[in-house]
Design a binder for this molecule. Structure first.
Ligand SMILES: Nc1ncnc2c1ncn2[C@@H]1O[C@H](COP(=O)(O)OP(=O)(O)O)[C@@H](O)[C@H]1O
Ligand SMILES: [Mg+2]
Length: 352
């Protein structure tokens, strides 16, 4: 495996098979996933529910073993040196990890003692972290009185008591309201900037990945789809994206109707329930939008909103995977926090 000071993580050909039991078949959650994470940045692991994000995080944090493959975190092999990995990382799981009955201060002091920090140090570190995370005033309140956003910030603070080099955040803003989500985003930015921490963040929110990640890995079906900066991934698509929302669509009829529109590529038509979407890419949005509308009108196809835009991460995903990010048929995994098949939530993220 390559030794590189500037890589916080090297994952090589990770496979994870959860054995089947009773009538449940085995699940190949990771199917040969390889990627590297540069040190000192915010790295986003973006993919729909069930893509394998939590499984990847659990392997990198030594909570789960890969069926095959290897990984190094902060220079340590997750299988051969799990204790060294654990000392170097902080981990915030999808659920909350703090004790609701205890105060914020007590939670952080206990987290420090569990990490082997002496009581005086743990007290000072707790006070400092509560200050950094805007929780100083609430420090003596039981955590059960905290808002979701405050509790999540405390989770992150607790993962930092021992000054880790790499911080893993699994869906840190799922379930938070837009304001709390924005607060968490600026917290994560600050950590990566001021503390030179490597942050590995999983998310199924396109907007979150776009805003926060210096570098991004799109995952789907336990495999890496594409990696790069959000800007580079979007720029690589060049041209414009067109989206037409469809009313009670017959996908085959829609495809036939736009088949002869010149200059369209990556045409995808999806239907779920009574709604649908036509997505396509073009080098000439102004001409193509008119032609698409004319073709839909001529075929008697009902549609709603028509939008043309520069490529988004949704388009990047569509381009590489062949269906929209929120496609219910591929996002129904059990792992995530969002409602399976809730395509709107998945694609619009915090703006919802
Ligand atoms: N403990 C487990 N046992 C069996 N299957 C699991 C387990 N954990 C996750 N899976 C399955 O593995 C796949 C990936 O899950 P997960 O890593 O949680 O994805 P994500 O975090 O991207 O939503 C899903 O199909 C999920 O249902
Ligand atoms: Mg998950």
């Amino acid at each position: 495996m390559p030794e590189n000071q500037n890589l916080a993580i090297v994952a090589e050909d990770l496979v994870k098979i959860y054995p089947g039991r009773a009538r449940k078949p085995a699940v190949r959650a990771l199917d040969g996933l390889s990627f590297t994470v540069p040190a000192g940045r915010v790295f986003g692991l973006l993919g729909p529910n069930g893509a394998g994000k939590s499984t990847t995080t659990k392997i990198l944090t030594t909570l789960s073993k890969p069926t095959s493959g290897a990984a190094r975190v902060s220079g340590h092999d997750v299988l051969r040196a799990p204790d060294a990995v654990r000392a170097a990382i902080g981990y915030v799981s999808q659920g909350s990890s703090t004790d609701p009955v205890l105060t914020a201060t007590e939670n952080l002091e206990i987290a420090g003692r569990l990490r082997g920090i002496g009581s005086g140090d743990a007290r000072r570190r707790a006070a400092r972290l509560l200050d950094d995370f805007g929780l100083a005033e609430a420090s003596r309140r039981p955590v059960s009185t905290f808002s979701g956003g405050m509790r999540r910030r405390l989770d992150v603070a607790a993962a930092l008591v021992h000054r880790p080099r790499v911080l893993f955040l699994d869906e840190p803003t799922t379930g938070l309201d837009p304001e709390a989500r924005a607060a968490m985003w600026s917290e994560i930015r600050r950590l990566s900037g001021e503390e030179a921490l490597t942050v590995v963040l999983t998310t199924h929110y396109m907007e979150e990945a776009d805003r926060l990640a210096d570098e991004l890995l799109l995952v789907n079906g336990g495999r890496a789809v594409v990696q790069g900066t959000p800007e580079a991934l979007k720029e690589a698509l060049h041209g414009d994206s067109i989206r037409v929302s469809l009313v009670e669509p017959d996908p085959a009829a829609v495809r036939a109707a736009v088949a002869r529109v010149a200059g369209l590529r990556d045409v995808v038509v999806e239907a779920s329930g009574t709604d649908g979407v036509l997505a396509a890419r073009t080098d000439d949005a102004s001409g193509a939008v008119g032609a698409v509308i004319a073709a839909l009108d001529a075929a008697g196809i009902r549609y709603g909103q028509v939008a043309a835009s520069h490529p988004t991460l949704d388009d990047v995903y569509l381009h590489f995977v062949g269906h929209t990010f929120g496609d219910p048929s591929t996002s129904s995994g059990a792992g995530g926090g969002a409602t399976a098949g809730d395509a709107d939530t998945i694609t619009t993220g915090a703006a919802a």
